[in-house]
Design a protein around this ligand. Structure first.
Ligand SMILES: C[S@@+](CC[C@H](N)C(=O)[O-])C[C@H]1O[C@@H](n2cnc3c(N)ncnc32)[C@H](O)[C@@H]1O
Length: 209
């Protein structure tokens, strides 16, 4: 399995048809959380099984991971979980998919690929154009969560989101954990690795105003 794919490759210009929320979920009225770069979706499986009062959606650019996550979700008959394959920016930028962002309560970017070399920074998932799309389509009060163990990437993401006047930084203490998409404090696979190896974690939450 390839560890990194180039999101700017033309391969990802074509996006799959995204079903309606009614087709994705048993109860499409539940609050909806999107995890971008969800890999094989283990984090979302934990969340969906524990919190049946939320719907969870994952977008991942590595197709094999999405295929196996979809299969696993279908086999286990989990009705509040769905996976989409593709470049998250392309998917949310497509006019047919406007309904996605409009219905989101929150989005998480957990440990996105850092693309360390300067000439590769444009491959990082959080870019000004992407944040513009979110600022135009998210409802007021929607939240964006970012988390990484790479300080330079954190600064890049923080600067990109903070430069958009539609988003304001939130103090963690201003949020009632029990009302969030992750009241259980589940960790992603990368987060577990980072904690075991005692690396730093940089995180922030933004609210759409
Ligand atoms: C470092 S991994 C982190 C996986 C998981 N979030 C975690 O915390 O364990 C980053 C993931 O984001 C995916 N990814 C990178 N760019 C993406 C994009 N533009 N759209 C969707 N997924 C992307 C990668 O394929 C990879 O699975």
């Amino acid at each position: 399995m390839r560890q990194h794919v180039n999101p700017l490759s033309k391969v990802f210009d074509q996006i799959e048809r995204i079903p309606s929320l009614d087709e994705m979920f048993n109860d499409s009225k539940l609050p909806l959380h999107l995890d971008i770069g969800c890999a094989a979706g283990e984090f979302l499986f934990d969340l969906a099984l524990a919190n049946t009062n939320w719907n969870y959606l994952g977008i991942e650019i590595r197709e094999k991971l999405v295929k196996s996550a979809k299969l696993r979700s279908r086999e286990r008959e989990i009705k509040n979980l769905y996976f989409i394959f593709g470049n998250a920016y392309k998917i949310l930028n497509d006019i047919h998919n406007n309904f996605l962002a409009k219905n989101l309560k929150s989005i998480s970017f957990n440990f996105p690929d850092p693309w360390f070399k300067k000439r590769h920074h444009k491959r990082r998932v959080i870019q000004p154009e992407f944040i513009d799309i979110l600022s135009n389509s998210l409802q007021k009060g929607s939240l964006i969560y970012i988390k990484t163990d790479v300080k330079d990437l954190f600064d890049h993401m923080d600067c990109t989101i903070s430069s958009n006047f539609s988003f304001q930084k939130l103090d963690k203490n201003d949020i009632n954990l029990l009302e969030t998409f992750n009241p259980n404090r589940f960790q992603t696979n990368r987060e577990k690795y980072v904690i075991v190896n005692q690396l730093d974690i940089y995180e922030r939450i933004y609210i759409k105003i």
